[in-house]
Design a binder for this molecule. Structure first.
Ligand code: KMH
Ligand code: ZN
Length: 270
């Protein structure tokens, strides 16, 4: 089995400090959280940013400062979110790509998020992918459902520059695929051998789905974007605490944890 790539999704767009005071939102907090996660064993950091009021933002200068600060202090792979928050315009979602992060998320379908629609029109997916190809950014193809995965697979067939693909399976959103072993196994059955994938479980599903991925050869995403709890009713102290638990589980299962450079090799990032 490949070494395990752990992604830390440290902030997200929907979580707030009111829910967990340890949520990193300022640049300083995000840099510190990233360094702690890197030290704990994460090889990718998935980044959303917030404005000075703590609201979701896609401000390019802010992304630039954050990227520079992180790059100056560690070799973690930086992955920008191009999903932003529900309702963020496509121009704002695309703009930060000109900073050439090594990776960026690419959501390949629309889905209900709460009472709203997280909209990803085919033309917008196309535009995002075009920019990623232009700047040689490795996309992480986000899928929340089996149909979206099949769309993503067809999308790669028509964009061979994006081979080999890396998928993020998100389990347990209200309108997406539910978190279960059988659903995970069905998602995996659709993938070509050359494809890699990671698993993100929302809320209470984070830990069990991570366990399944560790023993199945998948990779794992944890962090406050998807889950702010350590266990039922008990808040996690930090993103790094959640990363450490995955490292421990990997070791128990005799699966090595990837360094950022090993992750680059596995994901074919030059
Ligand atoms: N905040 C969600 C609407 C991504 O980062 O690409 C979208 C999201 C996915 O978080
Ligand atoms: Zn995200």
């Amino acid at each position: 089995m490949n070494d395990l790539i752990i992604t830390a999704a440290i902030t997200g767009a929907e979580t707030s400090k009111k829910q967990n005071a340890a949520l990193p939102v300022t640049i300083e907090e995000q840099v510190q959280a990233t360094l702690e996660c890197h030290k704990a064993g994460a090889s990718i950091v998935h980044l959303h940013i917030r404005d000075s009021n703590g609201n979701p933002s896609q401000d390019v200068n802010h992304f630039k400062r954050l990227k520079t600060e992180i790059e100056n202090q560690c070799d973690i792979i930086i992955q920008f979110s191009t999903g932003g928050a529900v309702g963020t315009s496509i121009a704002e979602r695309i703009n930060p790509l000109k900073l050439k992060p090594e990776m960026a998320s690419l959501n390949v379908g629309s889905i209900n998020f709460g009472d709203e629609v997280f909209e990803n029109l085919p033309k917008d997916i196309e535009e995002l992918a075009k920019e990623m190809i232009k700047y040689q950014i490795k996309p992480e193809i986000e899928v929340y459902d089996i149909g979206m995965l099949e769309y993503g697979i067809r999308f790669i067939e028509s964009h061979p520059e994006l081979n080999p693909p890396h998928f993020q399976f998100v389990f347990g959103t209200h309108s997406g695929i539910s978190a279960s072993a059988i659903n995970y196994s069905f998602m995996c059955s659709k993938l070509a051998h050359s494809a890699t994938h990671a698993v993100a479980g929302v809320g209470r599903h984070q830990l069990p789905m991570a366990n399944l991925a560790i023993v199945s050869g998948g990779h794992v995403r944890v962090g406050f974007e998807d889950n702010i709890y350590w266990s039922k009713g008990i808040l996690a102290k930090s993103n790094a605490q959640l990363v450490e638990r995955i490292v421990n589980l990997a070791h128990i299962n005799h699966r090595k944890v990837a360094t950022p450079n090993t992750a680059r090799k596995i994901l074919n990032i030059s």
